[in-house]
Design a protein around this ligand. Structure first.
Ligand SMILES: C[S@@+](CC[C@H](N)C(=O)[O-])C[C@H]1O[C@@H](n2cnc3c(N)ncnc32)[C@H](O)[C@@H]1O
Length: 247
């Protein structure tokens, strides 16, 4: 399994996650999609702190959040409405064969799978978890946009008020090779002076690579959007939003 970043394993950094990544148009997109598809059994793979997972649950829907990070799940389980969700600590291998209507991977979870064999295995597990005609939806950053070139300490600097006092954070790109972007996330806890540096890597696959991998795993791409308003994908789009149907 992919080695987990410190971002997802250190409870102090987990406490920052929802502050740095609040509800946005991406979550509205996935909530709307789940309604539109009338999905009754939903898996949120890489659910993290479960901010979206908890919103999906309710109204008789069965929602299952799966994540390999015990720290992320511990946070998720403490939040209001957590009881409506079933939480599973594990990776895609934990999905099983439940004939689900919808599997989601949100906030670029698809990019944590660095090598192609691992990505193919994840898609295979998702295929097995869905009923025929069920859907997989996820986004991935567009490599043609070269967004990492906008990541530097100045442009990414943020000062956050957190339960641990003020925290200053920024990103620094270390290298780009073979479709992988290696970067460091710096976090300075101003109250204690403690510094936590997260060493991280993300895989950037092109829309053609993602489409081929989905087809090989037994999916048909129904939609490829270039933004959260369902605008068409173009080479200049920052993100690629895939909605694929299990054949
Ligand atoms: C950027 S966070 C996204 C969390 C959540 N989906 C959201 O929208 O806020 C990435 C999540 O992927 C999880 N993750 C890392 N490796 C994974 C794997 N092999 N399988 C499933 N999830 C994984 C991490 O633990 C983390 O919670």
């Amino acid at each position: 399994m992919t080695k987990l970043d410190l971002h997802y394993t250190d409870p102090r950094l987990v406490d920052l996650y929802d502050i740095e990544n609040p509800h946005g148009p991406d979550f509205d997109f996935f909530l709307h999609l789940a309604d539109e598809l009338k999905a009754q059994r939903i898996f949120d793979l890489g659910c993290g702190t479960g901010l979206l997972t908890r919103q999906l649950a309710g109204n008789g829907r069965k929602v299952i959040g799966v994540d390999p990070s015990s720290a992320m799940l511990a946070y998720a389980r403490r939040q209001p409405g957590a009881g409506r969700v079933q939480w599973i600590e594990g990776d895609s291998g934990a999905l099983g064969t439940p004939a689900a209507d919808l599997v989601l991977m949100t906030s670029n979870v698809a990019q944590v799978f660095l090598d192609d064999a691992e990505w193919a295995t994840v898609l295979h597990h998702i295929h097995a978890a869905l009923r025929p005609g069920g859907h997989l939806a996820f986004e991935s950053r567009n490599p043609d946009d070269r967004g990492w070139e906008r990541w530097n300490p100045e442009t990414t600097f943020a000062r956050l008020e957190t339960p641990h006092g003020p925290v200053e954070s920024w990103l620094e790109v270390v290298g780009v090779e073979n479709g992988r972007v290696h970067f460091k996330g710096h976090n300075v806890f101003k109250k204690t002076g403690e510094v936590l540096v997260v060493d991280s890597e993300l895989r950037y696959r092109s829309h053609a690579e993602l489409t081929t991998s989905l087809n090989n795993a037994g999916f048909t791409v129904e939609h490829l959007y270039g933004d959260w308003k369902r605008g068409p994908f173009a080479n200049t789009s920052r993100i690629m939003v895939f909605v694929a149907r299990r054949d």
